[in-house]
Design a protein around this ligand. Sequence first.
Ligand code: DGL
Length: 270
Amino acid sequence: MNQKAIGVFDSGLGGLTAVRELCRRLPHEDIIFFGDTGRVPYGSRSREVIRKYAAQDMRFLQNNDVKMIIAACGTVSSAAADVGDALPLPFTGVVIPASRAAAEVSRSGRIGVIGTAATIASGAYRREISRINPDAQIFEQSCPLFVPLVEGGFVDRGDPVTRMVAERYLAPLREQKIDTLILGCTHYPIIAGIIRDIMGSAVTLIDTGAEAAREAERMLDRLGLKNDSAKPGRCSFYVSDRVQGFAALGSLFLGREIDGEVLHVDVDTL
Ligand code: DGL
């Protein structure tokens, strides 16, 4: 069991921000990543559709005999929060670990959350943070244009379009004098530089993919499922749209070249 891979999925490429942290923390683990690039974005869809897509994504990973599954997608983790409940495998999403990290780090208890429309409409981060700290004040903002901008590659710190959009979305959160901001979608760390420039360095940004990776490490430790091999782990990448182009944009998210093979998955077969 310990030799099996960790399965990670997202609607698109954002989940690679979790893979990046997993590779850093657990260099001996094999990882199978599935990005449902043919159906991204999930964030503008209904709960029913998000739930159905997430179940198919998880089935793909289960068919590949993984030992645990990480939903490295803020939208799935919030709008379909119970999607991992029936799994016969360890499972984590991003909402619980990221909310815990934000509640721990915030001194003022004034916490902002940004995410897709479905994530913010679900109220999942608000519920989880309030459960941990009932006195916390939570300010939420959906940022529906961020995912298409990031997937489109408009990610340079100086990009005028992304900066203008971010200024518009983040202005209400600046006014609320938050000290912690949850980047509630795994695509957002790619534009963290722009977000930090606008929010100021006094605001701590919580990277949800990285927090999910930390949680996965804790779970594997607790369950005795860590791979104890001395060999470096291997990453395999699967996408549901064209494989061409994935490596170029994907390496931005992963923080290094995607050197392994990228394979196509037909979601209609799942
Ligand atoms: N990475 C997904 C998330 O964390 C992207 C959102 C989308 O597909 O709309 O929410």
